[in-house]
Ligand binder design. Structure first.
Ligand SMILES: Nc1ncnc2c1ncn2[C@@H]1O[C@H](COP(=O)(O)OP(=O)(O)OP(=O)(O)O)[C@@H](O)[C@H]1O
Length: 315
């Protein structure tokens, strides 16, 4: 089956700067890919090449089987693009802006009215259709941008930092809209907001200095964390030295940190699940468990670890 997006050996140089340095990536419908990376990693440049706004120095992008360079018209018809900051014409109203976009997309008559109405409905901008865009809140402006991107019901959606700069409620609304569209589209979202990994994505690609450093599920990304399956526990009925001696002797424990009196964080060997055997061993000692839970992992730590490792290898 043709992949929704196929990217092969994609490279972009700006003079001496290698903004994108050999990216290979395939994406199917139903996948929501979170494109993560620090500032300047090459996310926007990659997205601009996928959408045909920039030509690659080398390599190839095809969308729904259309080469973005060779067959740019059918390729662009398959893509909805929400650029960074969702730019729109400030003095237009959403109604006139969406009507203008519908003209560009080749709609007319009833099909045009329907496309505008459906996009406005899905992006929930119906109530502000006749208010100048410059007078709208950031959240509404972003939703107008989203309505523009989905107007032709494209199978592929590319969004550059869709929730950046929004307040928590507005972020939630935009994420809900994206989730609603996710089942039948291939979606790429660039972000450096790590909570979006869980809120939106089925897959994450982490890039640093123009190269892919990680490609996997949010769970796989978290499992790279030093804290993945670490257990934080508070015990009563003993004292801290006895407790640390006890965990040191357990065969499935790698190391521990003392967090407080009778409270430890225990790191398992090879990130294995140890909640059950650990609680059993504690009960065998006759101690009481005040609390005990395992951690899933810390994305900010993994992000730092991968992106700083990549820059240290280069320097
Ligand atoms: N038009 C351009 N001319 C010269 N250099 C550019 C141009 N566009 C991007 N760059 C450089 O290419 C590199 C990648 O930039 P890009 O905007 O793709 O990163 P990004 O991951 O999207 O960053 P951010 O999260 O800050 O948006 C950066 O070093 C940037 O300065």
């Amino acid at each position: 089956m043709t992949q929704a997006i196929e990217i092969a050996d994609l490279v972009k140089h700006f003079g001496e700067i290698r903004a994108v340095d050999g990216i290979n990536l395939n994406l199917s419908r139903g996948e929501v890919l979170g494109f993560l990376g620090p500032n300047g990693a090459g996310k926007s440049t990659t997205m601009k090449m996928i959408t045909g706004f920039l030509s690659p120095t080398r390599g190839r992008v095809s969308v729904c089987g259309h080469d973005v360079q060779q067959a740019s018209i059918p390729a662009k018809a398959s893509i909805g693009y929400l650029p960074e900051g969702a730019p729109a014409y400030a003095d237009m109203t959403p109604a006139s802006f969406l009507s203008f976009i519908a003209d560009i997309r080749g709609f007319s008559g009833k099909a045009k009215r329907d496309a505008v109405a459906v996009a406005a409905e899905r992006a929930r901008v119906v109530e502000v259709m006749f208010q100048p865009i410059e007078t709208l809140s950031k959240g509404y402006k972003r939703r107008v941008g989203l309505a523009q991107a989905i107007l032709h019901n494209p199978p592929i959606l590319i969004m550059d930092e869709p929730t950046d700069g929004l307040d928590p409620n507005q972020k939630h609304e935009v994420r809900t809209l994206i989730n609603e569209m996710a089942h039948d589209k291939a979606i790429i979202i660039s972000t450096h907001i790590l909570e979006e990994v869980h809120a939106l994505c089925t897959r994450n690609v982490l890039i640093s200095r123009g190269k892919i450093e990680f490609d996997g599920t949010p769970h796989e990304l978290e499992s790279l964390s030093r804290y993945h399956n670490a257990v934080v526990m508070t015990i009563s009925g003993t004292h801290t030295t006895a407790l640390t001696d006890f965990v040191t002797a357990l065969p499935f424990v790698d190391s521990y940190e003392v967090l407080g009196d009778l409270t430890l964080r225990v790191f398992p060997l090879n990130h294995q699940q140890i909640t059950l055997p650990l609680s059993e061993k504690i009960r065998e000692k006759g101690w009481d468990i005040v609390s005990l839970y395992s951690e899933s992992g810390r994305l900010d730590e993994v992000f730092r670890q991968i992106t700083t490792r990549a820059s240290m290898e280069i320097n």
